[in-house]
Design a protein around this ligand. Structure first.
Ligand code: SF4
Ligand code: SF4
Length: 374
């Protein structure tokens, strides 16, 4: 345990939801999430209901579009410290993304994820991305998380092109094959698993080829099983300012239009959310601004591995360190500095972006506008 946690209690798990009750709890938590989205315009809640938490900067891949792998290890909150954060937020949290770096590089990753499930009874969705580099390690972590019985667990495996391109963009020979194997193992566990492609001028012309390459290993794989997002620049997260913004190119516009058409009519809530995200990408590419009023610091926030709270993973605007506030994110949320930053977001004085981590809660908080504008 970290010395800061001395005397603050020990890490413990609450009992998992009974399997027979799981569908009912899922229904209740989905309803809570939708209600929270609908209520977002009525006022700012006392704490965010959606969090993106970076647990580590450790990553074994060497991506062209991301410099996280170059970051020094730095300080990381322990599992016990994260547990206190989740305990404080409790049923206020509906949606948690655990990201990195490669989250499964942490031996205690599954314990942290289990802690989210145990401490947050209203959790509708737990998501983590993985580079899929170590299929057995990801499988073990996922098995442990499933044992805690989250109402919904989604895993996305990064995949940026057909084999040779993916391996090159990831600076990692064999990365494509490992990603496929990770997908197979997670699907065998009945875990909702997708491939996630970060679109840029590096790979925009290769989307169909990527789907075909996956389908040659995963029969039946189609465009609807691939999730795409756009390359973004972030000084405090990706630290990729040296690369030029490769999202704005005619190839990306064309690829997005073709991809959206190929996905067809959305089937299910996740596909609908993604369809609404995709429908607004052209407007973001045109203006560089969030196409809908951004929900950051209204409904969502980002926390880095050392526990520093930011509005999102794009805007380098540190607001407070959780250790200084007794692990209570709601206290950082209530600071005058945080409220001032929220006003800047409303006035569009942030960098502007359209990344799924923040765009999805923004869509949920503006469903009527999102549908009408789409
Ligand atoms: S994009 Fe993901 S896999 Fe690639 S270096 Fe960054 S954290 Fe690692
Ligand atoms: S629009 Fe601004 S505040 Fe919102 S997620 Fe993007 S950079 Fe962050």
């Amino acid at each position: 345990m970290h010395p800061r946690m001395a005397g603050q209690g020990v890490f413990r798990q609450a009992p998992a939801v009974h399997p027979l009750l799981l569908p009912l709890v899922r229904l209740r938590n989905d309803a809570t999430l939708i209600a929270r989205g609908a209520a977002a315009r009525l006022g700012r809640p006392d704490a965010p209901w959606k969090l993106t938490l970076a647990l580590t900067w450790v990553c074994e891949q060497r991506c062209t579009h991301c410099r996280i792998w170059r970051r020094p290890l730095g300080e990381e909150l322990s599992a016990a410290e994260w547990d206190h954060v989740f305990q404080r937020l409790g049923d206020q949290l509906s949606w948690v993304d655990l990201t990195g770096g490669e989250v499964t590089s942490r031996d205690d990753f599954a314990a942290i994820a289990q802690s989210v499930v145990a401490r947050c009874p209203r959790l509708a969705l737990l998501h983590f991305p993985t580079n899929g580099r170590d299929p057995a390690r990801v499988e073990r972590a996922a098995q442990d998380i499933v044992r805690a019985r989250p109402t919904r667990l989604i895993v996305s495996i990064s995949l940026d092109g057909p084999p040779a391109l993916h391996d090159r963009l990831r600076g990692d020979d064999g990365a494509f094959a490992s990603a496929i194997e990770t997908y197979r193992r997670l699907r065998a566990l009945n875990i909702e698993t997708y491939f996630g492609m970060t679109l840029s001028s590096y790979n925009a012309t290769r989307v169909d080829e990527t789907v075909e390459a996956i389908a040659s290993h995963v029969p039946g794989f189609a465009h609807r099983d691939l999730h795409v997002n756009l390359i973004h620049i972030s000084p405090h997260f990706f630290q990729n300012q040296p690369i030029e913004d490769r999202a704005r190119s005619p190839e990306v516009d064309e690829a997005l239009a073709a991809f959206t058409a190929a996905r067809g009519v959305p089937r299910g809530p996740t596909a609908l959310l993604e369809a609404l995200y995709l429908a607004h990408v052209p407007r973001y590419l045109e203006t560089g601004r969030s196409p809908l009023p951004c929900g950051s610091l209204s409904v969502n926030a980002f926390v880095d591995p050392a526990g520093t709270v930011f509005p999102c993973h794009i805007w380098d605007r540190p607001l407070g360190v959780l250790a200084d506030y007794d692990w209570d994110l709601a206290r950082v949320w209530a600071l005058a500095e945080t409220r001032a930053a929220r006003q800047e977001i409303v006035a569009e004085r942030c960098p502007g972006c359209w990344t799924p981590c923040e765009a999805y809660p923004t869509v949920l908080s503006n469903l009527d506008r999102a549908v009408l504008a789409a």
